[in-house]
Design a protein around this ligand. Structure first.
Ligand SMILES: Cc1cc2nc3c(=O)[nH]c(=O)nc-3n(C[C@H](O)[C@H](O)[C@H](O)COP(=O)(O)OP(=O)(O)OC[C@H]3O[C@@H](n4cnc5c(N)ncnc54)[C@H](O)[C@@H]3O)c2cc1C
Length: 510
């Protein structure tokens, strides 16, 4: 029954892809299975192009899983007077919340407390109201979120009990992803449902004219592509040395929600000395809170290993949020942490690389041709669809094939449905928020907890292997679920993940 799910990334499908791909010719090879590459693969496949997506590790193995998980309306762009970019973000947020992935994005209130300083809340209120005006001006934006308003002292105490009592505050609303990896997996599966071949564990080692050389473990193959889209994030330079990136590390700490009184709003505190940079304490659906984020330049070659926060970043995050708390957080409260590298494009790269370059430096997204390779680097998770559309417009123009207009703003991702329909799905609300209309299938695969005290189910692990291309313990615990964000929980979950892999892969038809 479950094998009929759209775009299933089953082990059998992977074996078929491995057997079939060598020596074939396709319209587009996309390198990189982050939000950008998965978005491009979906856009291209939905326009009728023959697409192969190659990811060296796993879906969302790179920066895309280390985000703050916000679908921003562009408040930060407004702070810099960039109204066009704020409008684009607001438009894309409305597309995600209204059509493409309503199940994955929820409304999140952001609280700026008066105890952070009245000048801070006055500025936040003005910014929030300007963002509301922009939201109302984009299709689907009106009514998608509540409007910015003052909050009473009682409300502040209720929303974030850990805040020092006595003051009111300002509330504005934005979108929050249930999990950034869920968006990437949904994109990749939807691309597969439109005919794209999605292959993980497949690293592109070189592009030689139209030949794309691929390594899969110790083996390898070559295929031919009309166009290669390089969506390799901070590693894009390896395939397109003309691009110049200056990665910057952004870090988050993970704390139990209880240390802030189990907040239901995102606490928002300005970095000392800054009027546009904030530290957020972001409540997650599983009861944890992510505290972020930092911005640290990274020198030297981009490492393959996951980055980690420095001691100074940990101190900065704790000190900033502690300014407004009754009981300061300490390092003992921290149960996990994560860092990601922002693929920032060096301004001087505009026009200096080979081929024709169009860089929108303010949003740090670059689209650049180098022979048959089109690199697309930078941008935001929120605006992946607009970036993918622009990329595939260029691909279609180069190939002379494929639909001229992208349909993706109207294409629900797998699991998506209008909100009233989601409310009728017969499964736990937690699973509906992660899997949408497919939640009953996940629930039927087992509702026992992976580890005591956490909400993830064994059914989620089984579903990940059967339909979402998970092939390893890390795929299951660090990406399809985020148990790995708390190392102590991860350790307990490893035997369960191993057992699920053993059982599921043994029962897979050869
Ligand atoms: C700390 C932090 C917080 C952020 N928060 C937000 C947020 O809240 N909201 C928002 O909208 N944006 C946010 N962003 C921005 C957003 O996360 C990134 O812009 C986005 O995830 C980049 O995605 P990508 O697909 O381009 O890169 P990646 O996700 O890094 O994907 C690149 C992929 O390419 C693969 N790859 C590399 N080389 C090869 C090869 N040779 N062959 C095959 N595969 C290869 C990698 O394994 C990787 O999976 C944040 C960024 C950071 C760093």
């Amino acid at each position: 029954m479950t094998s009929s799910l759209p775009g299933t990334l089953s082990p059998a499908r992977r074996s078929r892809a491995l057997a079939d791909l060598a020596g074939t010719s396709v319209d587009v090879v996309v390198v990189g299975g982050g939000v950008t590459g998965a978005g491009v693969a979906l856009d291209a496949a939905s326009r009728g192009l023959d697409v192969v997506l190659l990811e060296r590790t796993d879906l969302a193995a790179g920066t895309s899983r280390w985000s703050s998980k916000l679908v921003h309306g562009g408040l930060r762009y407004l702070a810099h007077g960039e109204v066009g970019l704020a409008r684009e973000s607001a438009r894309e947020r409305a597309v995600l919340m209204g059509t493409t992935a309503p199940h994955l994005v929820r409304q999140l209130p952001f609280l700026v407390p008066d105890v952070a300083g009245r000048d801070v809340t006055v500025l936040a209120e003005a910014g929030g109201r300007a963002a509301d005006l922009i939201r109302r001006s984009v299709p689907g934006g009106r009514g998608s979120l509540p409007s910015t308003r003052r909050a009473s002292a009682d409300e502040v105490a209720r929303l974030v009990p850990g805040v020092r009592p006595g003051g009111g505050g300002v509330l504005f609303w934005d979108g929050q992803l249930v999990d950034d990896v869920r968006l990437v997996v949904a994109l990749a599966r939807t691309a597969a449902a439109y005919g794209a071949t999605v292959l993980t564990g497949a690293a592109v080692t070189a592009v030689d004219g139209n030949d794309v050389h691929v390594a899969v473990g110790d083996a390898g193959f070559t295929l031919r592509a009309g166009v290669v889209v390089n969506a390799a994030g901070v590693w894009a330079q390896r395939l397109a040395p003309g691009i110049r990136l200056v990665p910057s590390r952004g870090s988050h700490l993970v704390v139990p929600g209880s240390v802030l009184g189990s907040p239901s709003a995102a606490l928002t505190v300005p970095l000392p000395g800054s009027r546009s940079r904030y530290v957020f304490a972001l409540p997650q659906p599983d009861g944890l809170v992510y505290l972020g984020l930092t911005d640290e330049p990274v020198e030297g070659p981009v490492p393959d290993d996951d980055p980690v926060p420095s001691d100074a970043e940990v101190a900065q995050l704790l000190e900033t949020v502690n300014q407004v708390l009754s009981v300061p957080l300490t390092r003992d409260d921290v149960v996990g942490s994560y860092s990601g590298l922002r693929p920032l494009v060096l301004p001087a790269s505009a026009g200096t690389g080979p081929g024709d370059a169009t860089a929108d430096l303010s949003r740090k997204h670059l689209l650049q041709w180098d022979g048959p390779v089109l690199s697309v680097v930078g941008g935001k998770l929120t605006t992946y669809r607009a970036m993918a559309e622009e990329t595939v417009d260029a691909v279609v123009a180069r190939l002379g094939r494929g639909a001229a207009h992208s349909p993706t703003a109207r294409l629900p991702l797998v699991g998506a449905a209008p909100r009233p329909a989601l409310e009728r799905v017969n499964a736990s609300s937690r699973l509906v928020a992660r899997y949408g209309t497919e939640a009953p299938v996940v629930e039927a695969l087992g509702s026992g907890a992976v580890v005591a005290g956490r909400l993830e189910t064994v059914g989620e692990l089984r579903f990940a292997v059967r339909h979402e291309g998970a092939r390893s313990v890390a795929d299951l615990l660090d990406r399809r679920t985020r148990i790995g964000l708390v190392p102590a929980d991860r350790e307990r979950a490893v035997p369960v993940a191993l057992e699920v892999l053993r059982e599921e892969l043994a029962s897979e038809p050869a």
